[in-house]
Design a binder for this molecule. Structure first.
Ligand code: CIR
Length: 254
């Protein structure tokens, strides 16, 4: 889980009008900016170079950059985000990714795929089928990564919004899992850190080099991750949780 770069994007004022299924209320814009800045600080503390993209008011959800691309050591995949209001975000990301990658593949219609539905664990990918990622998009993604000797398993979701809403890979054959993923045979071969329903939001955490960044306010999850040997940084994510977003959604890591 070694990364040297991340891409993030400042939330615009329109962020407060973005998509959500939660009933946690409307985000406070100033607080959103503060939490975003703290996120960037935490990434820098973990030793990565941060590329900060300017805000795009036309795309309220564009700060959730993870959904627009999947980045690996060898190649990039530009996604085809499944929400109509978000699909154009990928077009803004293409020139940015071209600055880092020579080999770029694209998901196309009728396929849809959000990066939040893609989890990489070493040379294995898991692709969630969700309200945002359809079978055609998942198959296209699988065919792309298989050309590079990766394997990919398609995982239809039952309840989670995105695949990575409920699962994170920490390296060392270890997964953080919640809800429907706890007993899922696809993940049976991993050492699992099981997150209770009450702390489910903490399953969306990210390991950056030696550190695991987790949302603040989930003491059991934090304890489990630290007991497994990872130092943690806990961040207040309240304004992102209001828009169905988590820690992984806010960056592309490579
Ligand atoms: C959306 O509905 O698309 C955004 N409000 C939240 C996206 C969260 N992204 C992610 O889980 N990768």
């Amino acid at each position: 889980m070694n990364f040297s770069n991340v891409i993030v994007k400042t939330p615009g004022k329109s962020y407060t009008q973005g998509l959500t299924t939660s009933s946690l209320g409307t985000p406070d814009y100033e607080k959103t900016l503060k939490q975003h800045a703290e996120y960037v600080d935490a990434l820098q503390q973990c030793g990565v170079k941060v590329t900060m993209l300017p805000l795009s008011e036309d795309f309220p959800d564009a700060t959730f950059v993870e959904d627009t691309a999947v980045l690996t050591e060898e190649f990039a995949v530009i996604t085809h985000p499944g929400a109509t209001s978000r699909n154009g975000e990928k077009d803004l990301m293409i020139p940015v990714i071209r600055g880092f990658y020579q080999t770029i593949h694209y998901i196309g219609s009728p396929g849809t795929l959000d990066g939040g539905d893609v989890l990489q664990a070493e040379d294995q990918f898991y692709i969630g089928i969700s309200d945002r990622t359809n079978e055609a998009g998942a198959r296209q993604f699988k065919a792309i990564v298989e050309q590079f000797d990766y394997q990919a398993i398609i995982v239809p979701l039952k309840a989670f919004f995105h695949l990575k809403t409920g699962i994170a890979y920490l390296g060392d054959n270890r997964m953080v899992v919640a809800g429907e993923f706890i007993d899922r045979p696809d993940f049976a071969s991993y050492d699992k850190l099981i997150i209770s329903d009450r702390e489910e939001y903490a399953a969306n955490c990210i390991r950056i080099n030696d550190t695991v960044i987790i949302p603040d306010g989930y003491p059991e999850a934090r304890h489990k991750i630290e007991a497994a040997g990872y130092p943690t940084i806990a961040l207040d994510m309240s304004e992102f949780q209001k828009q169905d977003g988590g820690l992984s959604c806010l960056s592309l890591r490579f």
